[in-house]
Ligand binder design. Structure first.
Ligand SMILES: C[S@@+](CC[C@H](N)C(=O)[O-])C[C@H]1O[C@@H](n2cnc3c(N)ncnc32)[C@H](O)[C@@H]1O
Length: 290
């Protein structure tokens, strides 16, 4: 990874520890929480969940539903879940479709985000679901080790347990901390054979993520690292997954207002056809082999 080049191990460890502390502080503020809960996140994410991300999650879930024998309920995990918008959307959709859920779990290293997600779930999901949807403070890099403890299960019970594991705009932090391999390995251990991992994150080549373009050119070392699509896919392949789909997509920012959504939604098919490499997000859909 570019950031750590030329540093010795203890320098790069203290750099990533510093980065971890800063990110945790950033995602523990009320302002950050407001960006990642439904009521205040923006029309963009509502549109994306309904029309772009949501259908993608359902496509993977439909594949596992078709493999399932008997009435076994679905198990879903969202890591780096913020206020839980993706997970709560999925749970509601499965409820609408009357599909049995065993449990759905969200994790984030920010206790504030986890609190907000639990609050959102209690406001928006029917009471009967409250014993099946929970959020815990667990870091992406500790999933394989710590999640079973939180869920009160033995490690072996959660290995190969989840039908779908997703992470939206969070895996880039694993690269910045240098924990991408252990995070992907942890995720691999939790997904059941035939189950899916969906990763959605910033695309390194979307021109406007480099907000201070001048400074990106003059001080590239100040820019937080953004992995390439290939780096995202490689780390999941190395963990043992088969990559079923990888590409760049999505032209609507999560925080877009209604007018911006209307314009970008109309322009998306053309932008995607002509400039897909420069779309906003990287997508990796990976399947755990049988
Ligand atoms: C950009 S937000 C995305 C939140 C949510 N996935 C969404 O799309 O609404 C990034 C989230 O990743 C979390 N995060 C960053 N690094 C993490 C880590 N190492 N372990 C767990 N969560 C992390 C942050 O606390 C934050 O909630």
């Amino acid at each position: 990874m570019g950031d750590a080049e030329g540093m010795n191990t203890s320098e790069s460890t203290s750099q990533s520890e510093l980065y971890r502390r800063r990110s945790l502080e950033e995602y523990s503020t009320e302002a950050a929480v407001q960006k990642y809960v439904n009521a205040s996140a923006g029309a963009g994410i509502a549109y994306l969940l309904q029309h772009v991300y949501g259908p993608l999650y359902e496509e993977q879930l439909d594949k596992v539903i078709n493999q399932k024998k008997g009435k076994e309920g679905l198990r879903i995990l969202e890591y780096g879940c913020g206020g839980g918008m993706n997970l709560i959307w999925i749970v509601k959709r499965l409820l609408d479709r009357q599909i049995n859920i065993d449990f759905a779990c969200g994790t984030d290293f920010s206790a504030k985000m986890v609190q907000a997600a639990n609050r959102e779930a209690s406001y928006t999901l029917p009471n009967a679901m409250r014993s099946k949807v929970f959020f815990y403070t667990v870091a992406n890099e500790d999933l394989g080790r710590d999640l079973p403890t939180f869920l009160g299960r033995r490690l072996g019970d959660l290995r190969d347990a989840f039908h779908l594991v997703l992470g939206v705009n969070t895996f880039r932090f694993c690269f910045r901390l240098g924990t991408q391999a252990e995070s992907a390995n942890g995720i691999f251990s939790l997904v059941r054979p035939g189950g899916y991992s969906v990763l959605i994150d910033m695309n390194r080549y979307y021109p406007f993520f480099r907000s201070r373009l001048g400074s990106a050119l003059t001080h590239p070392e100040d820019q937080p690292y953004l992995p390439s699509l290939d780096e995202y896919a490689t780390v999941f392949r190395d963990a043992g997954f088969d990559i079923e789909m990888s590409g760049n997509f999505c032209w609507v920012p999560h925080s877009a207002g209604p007018a911006e959504v209307a314009i970008l939604r109309a322009a998306s098919p053309v932008l995607q056809r002509l400039f897909s490499r420069f779309a906003m997000r990287s997508l990796v859909v990976a399947r755990k082999p049988w």
